[in-house]
Design a protein around this ligand. Sequence first.
Ligand code: HXC
Ligand code: NAP
Length: 290
Amino acid sequence: MILAEGMLKPGALKGKNILITGGGTGLGRSMGVYFLQLGANLVITSRKLDVLEETARKMMDENGGSVIPLLCDVREIDEVEAMWKAAIDRLGQIHVVLNNAAGNFISPTERLSTNAFNTILDIVLKGTSHVTLTAGKYWIAQKQPGIFLNIVTTYAWTGSGYVVPSAAAKAGVLAMTRSLAVEWAKYGIRSNAIAPGPFPTEGAWSRLLPGEMAEKFDPAKKVPVGRVGEHQELANLAAYLVSDYSSFVNGEVMTIDGGEWLKGAGEFNNLDQIPGTMWDMMEASRGKKA
Ligand code: HXC
Ligand code: NAP
């Protein structure tokens, strides 16, 4: 099936060293696998070294190449700086940072403790700013170009109830992406974002569709193209955005959601629930033959 096929030329990322936060699981892992297949070397980071080591081993067994697992809680600037130094010591240079790590859960906002709200802001917004500042300062000091790719969501601009800390934090990440795309372009640093719609992962599904919710609120039903995303589809877009083929793309957020958010936004989009027979009756009542 073409949805599961890689899109870029073999070797398209050869020579690129790519750091992926949250690279041990889910979408970070899927994007990493494809980067590796295209010739990149990887550093994958998160809070769980055992998960990272297992992922790195599998990635290298199945695809060859080099994957370095490094422990780092992105909420802690000291850990981020130590991780960055270790990555540079091991690889000499990092060319691309994929800010992918996130935390999320559903809850009525009035039920959230201050710590719950802050936990999400700290992982998503401050975590991204810690990694971005650390990498950006280094690249600027070294006079080296760099590429940021930040994973946001479509509710970064629409907002969404029941995931308010995540929406606020992702909106901040999107603003940071667009702001730095302009400010740091003079240093040869590009910044872009991807806003994925629903892509099944253990991490997201267990927290956003717990229990029977996955059946009751089938995410595919909200998507005009009638399905959820394939990880390879996202990996193809991400590989393009971290490759030199996208050198003129800067400050962009690319949505990959099968039209999901627009469906919710268009005033009359819910009219697709009206059956053909009802349209026939409406036409007839205007005097037009059915
Ligand atoms: C309300 C909750 C909660 C929940 C935790 N808390 N889960 N509050 N509802 N479901 C509260 C806790 O009670 C605590 O507050 C505070 O949040 C911190 O919780 P901890 O468990 O101590 O935090 P921590 O161990 O740091 O774990 C962080 C986490 C966890 C975010 C809570 O879920 C995690 O590790 N997530 C990482 C992976 C993840 O979330 N992936 C999904 C990304 S999906 P108190 O006051 O009690 O101390 C995504 C998709 C978006 O972003 C778009 C989809 C279409
Ligand atoms: P996931 O597998 O849970 O990925 C989240 C990753 O972030 C995990 O590897 C986790 O690893 C890491 N992480 C969490 N807190 C961290 C911290 N403090 N420091 C470092 N790493 C941390 O979920 P996913 O679905 O693949 O999500 C990946 C990205 O896609 C996220 O940015 C998410 O918002 C975005 N997204 C996903 C969807 C979707 O449908 N899946 C839709 C829109 C956007 P540890 O627990 O080991 O730290």
